[in-house]
Design a binder for this molecule. Structure first.
Ligand SMILES: Nc1ncnc2c1ncn2[C@@H]1O[C@H](COP(=O)(O)OP(=O)(O)O)[C@@H](O)[C@H]1O
Ligand code: SF4
Ligand SMILES: [Mg+2]
Length: 327
């Protein structure tokens, strides 16, 4: 659901790079990452643990500083903005965290958890504030009468709903949801995903949806960005990335997803071996140590993003691979 063609992206990363520490313990967490999220669009960020997904989320929120590169939010570069100058923008980006137990202050009542967000930006007071809290609880499928309860009185799924209500309280333009359902039981995951989908249709906010699980991502996202060791491997519309994955790494990720029907054609090229250390990523294509198609040339230069036409780009030097994998 991208906006009109002439509309600038809501948030755009340009050559975003983040290193932690210093040599010889320099962690290459995010390397030269460029992509955008349009207004009202849901973009999925997928990759194995340690691929740099959360780091990108924290960079956008300016919870950590960039090493280099740029983040443009609604036309304004924010990577070097002072925390003070950021304040008005803060309201427009909200986070939903993975762990609904750790992310809610156990000593605060639900009304205070949601109220904090309302107060921080001076959005409502008195009766209007209470009414807004009741409304938000309703929106996320909880009872307004539960406003006086503490987090421990709720299930994991309900707590995640409280976290979502807190994010919605300030009517953000962008929600960054970092593994929002990964800590929940599978049955509850679907409910929370449905809620996020409903909210997105109802309020039209954009979302950066972070998950290691391509099966979760494909349910909710318009576009998918596939990360490996801090680098983009593939970007494209969700249907094409999941339906006919073009990059060998995306193919391997999809092959790793268990399929209920054992007779369905399966990708033979499974991921083997461990993800290399981000302290010393492989030269050239970072995926080459696990790639079944790797050539000698893959070690010499980082593959540039290549446009495949259908809204898709991949970082792979080979154009002679039969990407015929039925998924
Ligand atoms: N504050 C930090 N200090 C040092 N290394 C970090 C820090 N935060 C993340 N990293 C490292 O950066 C890499 C990317 O981490 P992260 O963004 O959390 O990955 P993901 O969310 O995809 O699992 C990992 O190797 C992780 O250990
Ligand atoms: S550039 Fe080479 S190693 Fe990297 S994904 Fe393509 S074929 Fe594999
Ligand atoms: Mg993470």
């Amino acid at each position: 659901m991208a906006g009109p063609m002439n509309e600038a992206p809501l948030v755009e990363m340009r050559a975003l790079t983040k290193h932690f520490g210093r040599p010889p313990m320099l962690v290459h967490a995010v390397e030269n990452v460029s992509f955008s999220v349009n207004r009202g669009e849901v973009v999925g960020l997928v990759g194995e643990s340690g691929s740099g997904k959360s780091t990108i989320g924290r960079l956008i929120l300016r919870a950590i500083d960039v090493t280099s590169g740029s983040i443009v939010f609604d036309g304004t570069p924010i990577e070097a903005m002072s925390q003070r100058a950021l304040r008005p923008l803060r309201r427009r980006m909200q986070m939903v965290f993975q762990d609904p137990y750790a992310s809610l202050n156990p000593r605060l009542r639900v009304s205070d958890i949601i109220g904090e967000a309302i107060d921080a930006h001076g959005l409502a007071r008195g009766a209007a504030r209470a009414a807004r809290i009741a409304e938000l609880l309703n929106i996320v499928g909880l009872e307004a009468g539960h406003a006086g309860r503490f987090p421990h009185e709720f299930s994991g799924g309900q707590r995640q709903r409280i976290g979502i209500a807190r994010a919605l309280a300030v009517e953000p333009d962008l929600i960054i949801a970092d593994e929002p359902v990964s800590a929940l039981d599978v049955s509850v995951q679907a409910q929370v995903l449905n809620l996020l989908q409903d909210l997105r249709l109802r309020f039209g906010m954009a979302m950066l949806f972070i998950s290691h699980d391509l099966d979760v991502i494909r349910l909710i996202c318009d576009r998918i960005v596939v990360l490996y060791l801090g680098r983009i491997m593939e970007i494209g519309p969700a249907e094409s990335v999941c339906g006919s994955p073009a990059h060998p790494y995306t193919q391997a990720l999809l092959a790793a997803v268990p399929r209920p029907d054992p007779d369905r054609p399966r990708i033979r090229r499974m991921l083997h071996g461990e993800i290399p250390s981000p302290l010393s990523p492989p030269s050239g294509c970072v995926f080459r140590t696990r790639c079944p198609y790797a050539l000698e040339a893959c070690a010499s230069a980082v593959p540039p993003l290549r446009d495949l036409g259908d809204g898709r780009v991949i970082a792979c030097v080979r154009d002679d691979i039969e990407f015929d994998v039925p998924v």
